[in-house]
Design a binder for this molecule. Structure first.
Ligand SMILES: *[C@@H]1O[C@H](CO)[C@@H](O)[C@H](O)[C@H]1NC(C)=O
Ligand SMILES: *[C@@H]1O[C@H](CO)[C@@H](O)[C@H](O)[C@H]1NC(C)=O
Ligand SMILES: *[C@@H]1O[C@H](CO)[C@@H](O)[C@H](O)[C@H]1NC(C)=O
Ligand SMILES: *[C@@H]1O[C@H](CO)[C@@H](O)[C@H](O)[C@H]1NC(C)=O
Ligand SMILES: *[C@@H]1O[C@H](CO)[C@@H](O)[C@H](O)[C@H]1NC(C)=O
Ligand SMILES: *[C@@H]1O[C@H](CO)[C@@H](O)[C@H](O)[C@H]1NC(C)=O
Ligand SMILES: *[C@@H]1O[C@H](CO)[C@@H](O)[C@H](O)[C@H]1NC(C)=O
Ligand SMILES: *[C@@H]1O[C@H](CO)[C@@H](O)[C@H](O)[C@H]1NC(C)=O
Ligand SMILES: [Zn+2]
Length: 477
C-alpha cells in the first residue's frame, strides 16, 4: 500500500518536472555582427581590449570551420541558413547558372536576382514568418528580395555609409515601439585592407585596432540604450586571409587557349566552363599545368568540401595552394592578401565570440562548424529551423543553461548520394527535449518495475521480498 502511494507520487513528480523542463526554447534577442575577413588570430596580433572584454564576459570559439569556397557571399549565406554552398546555391561571389542562363557578380554588384538566393530561406524570413521582426544593416543578401520578402527593416547596400550610422539604425530598430528581435550588422573591414596590404603586413595592426575601437563603439551604444544585458551579441566573420606574393602567380594563358573556355570565377578557385567540345582539351592542358594548382572535374571534387551538387559549380575547378594566386595573364589584378582556399586551412578561419543573457560567461570552446550557428540562432529566436547541415548539439554548451555532461550524445546517421559520409540527422534539437526523454524513460521503467512486482506477487510469492529490495531504491530515487 505504501509502495503504491510512493510510486504514484513519484510518477506525478516526474510528470510535473518533465513538463517544467520541456519548456519551449527562449524567445531571445540577437544581434549578429560580421567584420568581413577577420581572421581568427587577429585577436592576438595587437591589443584588442574590446574583443577580449566580450570573451571574458561571454564565450569564445577558437577554431570555426567555415565552408568551401572561403569567400564572402557563400559564407555569409551559410551563417544565416546553416547550409553548405552546394545546398544554399550561393557557390561563389561570381557565378554562372547554365539553367537560368544568368550571371551573378559581386564585382559588378549584379547580385539582386532573387532566383540565385531562393534555393535556401535565410533566417530573417523564417523569423518574420513566425511573427517576429528583423532589421539588417547591410549584411550580404539582406537588401535582396528573397521568397517575396525583405527584412522588416534594412539598409540598401552602400559601402560609404559609416559604421556609426549602421549602429544607429540597429539601435533604433531594437528600441522602437515594435522592436526587432533579430538584427544584422556588417562591416567591410578588415577584408579590404587585408587584400591590399596582406595579412602579414605590420600595417594591419592599426587596421585591427580600428575594428576593436568600432566594437567598443557598438558596446558603448548598446549600454547607453540599455540593450547590453538583454541583447545576445554574436560577433563573427565569413573567412580569414592569407599572404600572397608576386612570386606565387599561376598564369592560365601559359597553359590554356583562352578561346577554349570561359573563366567564371578566378582565384584562388578558378571556375572553368569549357566551350562546346573543348572539355577534354581544357582539362588535360590544366591537369598537369602547375604543381600548386589542383584541377578537378566536377564529379571528382572531394566530398569533404560539400561543393559538387549544384548547377552553378562549373565542369572544371582549379584550386590554388595556399598563398598562390590564379590570373588569366599578368595584367590581371594581383592582391597581396586573399581567401577562398581550402576551408581546412586555419588561415581561412573566422572569429566567433558571443555575449548576452543566453550565453555562458568567460567560456572558451575549442571548435565548431560555421553551419552550427544557424540552429543556435533558431533556438534563441524560438523558430523552427529549416533543413540544414549544422548541429545544435555541437554548440549548445555555449549557452548558460546547458550542462554538457547531462546530455546523452544520441546520434543517428544516414547516408546520402551513395557516399560514405555519415550525416547527422536531427529530428528535434533541444536540451529540454533530452531531459524529457530521460524522465520519460524513467517513468516507463517505474511502470515496468511495478508491473513485474505485481506479476511476481501474484505468481511467485517466494521471490517477492527479493524483488522488492531491488525495486525499492529505484522507486525512491
Ligand atoms: C515559442 O514559440 C511557440 C510557438 O511556435 C510559442 O507557443 C511559445 O510560447 C514560444 N516560447 C517563448 C518562450 O516565447
Ligand atoms: C543566354 O543569354 C544570352 C544573353 O545573355 C543569349 O545571347 C543566349 O542566346 C542565351 N542562351 C540560351 C541557351 O538561351
Ligand atoms: C551612400 O552613402 C553616402 C554616405 O552616407 C551618401 O553620400 C550617398 O549618397 C549614398 N549613395 C547612395 C547611392 O545612396
Ligand atoms: C607548391 O608546390 C611545391 C611543389 O610541389 C611544394 O613543394 C609546395 O609545398 C607547394 N606550395 C604550397 C603552398 O603548397
Ligand atoms: C588579360 O586578362 C584579362 C582578364 O583578366 C583580359 O581582359 C585581357 O584581355 C587579357 N590580356 C591579354 C593580352 O590577353
Ligand atoms: C576568466 O577566467 C580567467 C581564467 O580562466 C580568470 O583569470 C578571469 O578572472 C576570469 N574573468 C572573469 C570576469 O570571471
Ligand atoms: C563539424 O562537422 C563534422 C560533420 O560534418 C563533424 O564530424 C565534426 O565533428 C564537426 N566539428 C565540430 C567541432 O563540431
Ligand atoms: C545538407 O542539408 C541539406 C538540407 O537538409 C541536405 O539536402 C543535404 O543532403 C545535406 N548535406 C550533407 C552533406 O549532409
Ligand atoms: Zn575578401
Amino acid at each position: 500500500m505504501t509502495s503504491k502511494f510512493l510510486s504514484v507520487s513519484f510518477i506525478l513528480a516526474a510528470v510535473i518536472s518533465s513538463t517544467a523542463f520541456s519548456l519551449q526554447p527562449d524567445q531571445q534577442k540577437v544581434l549578429l555582427v560580421s567584420f568581413d575577413g577577420f581572421r581568427w588570430d587577429y585577436l592576438y596580433k595587437v591589443p584588442t581590449p574590446h574583443f577580449h572584454y566580450v570573451m571574458e564576459y561571454g564565450v569564445h570559439v577558437k577554431q570555426v570551420t567555415n565552408v568551401f569556397i572561403t569567400k564572402t557571399y557563400p559564407n555569409h549565406y551559410t551563417l544565416v541558413t546553416g547550409l553548405f554552398a552546394e545546398n544554399h546555391g550561393i557557390v561563389a561571389n561570381d557565378m554562372f547558372d547554365p539553367i537560368l542562363n544568368k550571371s551573378f557578380s559581386l564585382d559588378h554588384m549584379n547580385i539582386y536576382d532573387s532566383e540565385f538566393w531562393e534555393e535556401a530561406t535565410p533566417i530573417w524570413i523564417t523569423n518574420q514568418r513566425a511573427g517576429h521582426t528583423s532589421g539588417a544593416a547591410m549584411w550580404p543578401g539582406t537588401d535582396v528580395k528573397i521568397h517575396k520578402s525583405f527584412p522588416t527593416h534594412y539598409m540598401p547596400y552602400n559601402e560609404s555609409v559609416s559604421f556609426e550610422d549602421r549602429v544607429t539604425k540597429i539601435i533604433d530598430w531594437f528600441t522602437s515601439k515594435e522592436p526587432i528581435n533579430l538584427g544584422f550588422l556588417y562591416w567591410e573591414e578588415p577584408d579590404d585592407m587585408g587584400h591590399q596590404l596582406g595579412p602579414d603586413s605590420p600595417l594591419m595592426g592599426p587596421i585591427i585596432s580600428d575594428i576593436d575601437n568600432k566594437l567598443g563603439y557598438l558596446i558603448q551604444m548598446l549600454k547607453k540604450a540599455n540593450l547590453w544585458n538583454t541583447v545576445n551579441l554574436i560577433i563573427t566573420s565569413d573567412h580569414g586571409m592569407t599572404q600572397c606574393s608576386e612570386e606565387r602567380i599561376i598564369e592560365l594563358d601559359q597553359y590554356l587557349d583562352k578561346d577554349h573556355y570561359t573563366l567564371i570565377d578566378q582565384s584562388p578557385v578558378a571556375a572553368i566552363l569549357p566551350k562546346e567540345g573543348k572539355f577534354d582539351e581544357v582539362y588535360e592542358a590544366l591537369a598537369h599545368a602547375h604543381p600548386n594548382l589542383t584541377v578537378y572535374k566536377k564529379e571528382e571534387i572531394p566530398e569533404r568540401w560539400h561543393y559538387k551538387y549544384n548547377d552553378r559549380i562549373q565542369p572544371v575547378i582549379a584550386v590554388a595552394d595556399e598563398g598562390w594566386h590564379i590570373l588569366q595573364n599578368k595584367s590581371g589584378d594581383f592582391l597581396l592578401g586573399n581567401h577562398g582556399y581550402d576551408n581546412a586551412l586555419a588561415e581561412m578561419h573566422p572569429i566567433f565570440l558571443a555575449h548576452g543573457p543566453a550565453f555562458r560567461k568567460n567560456f572558451t570552446k575549442e571548435a565548431m562548424n560555421s553551419t552550427d550557428l544557424y540552429p543556435l540562432l533558431c533556438h534563441l529566436l524560438n523558430v523552427t529551423a529549416m533543413p540544414h547541415n549544422g548541429s545544435f548539439r555541437n554548440v549548445h554548451d555555449l549557452l548558460s543553461l546547458a550542462t554538457p555532461s547531462a546530455i546523452p550524445h544520441v546520434q543517428s546517421t544516414t547516408f546520402i548520394f551513395g557516399s560514405d559520409i555519415p550525416v547527422e540527422y536531427e529530428p528535434e534539437e533541444s536540451y529540454p527535449y533530452f531531459i524529457g526523454v530521460c524522465l520519460g524513460s524513467i517513468i516507463v521503467i517505474v511502470f515496468f518495475v511495478i508491473f513485474i512486482k505485481h506479476l511476481i506477487h501474484s505468481q511467485i510469492p517466494a521471490l517477492q521480498d527479493m524483488q522488492a529490495e531491488i525495486a525499492q531504491p529505484l522507486l525512491q530515487a
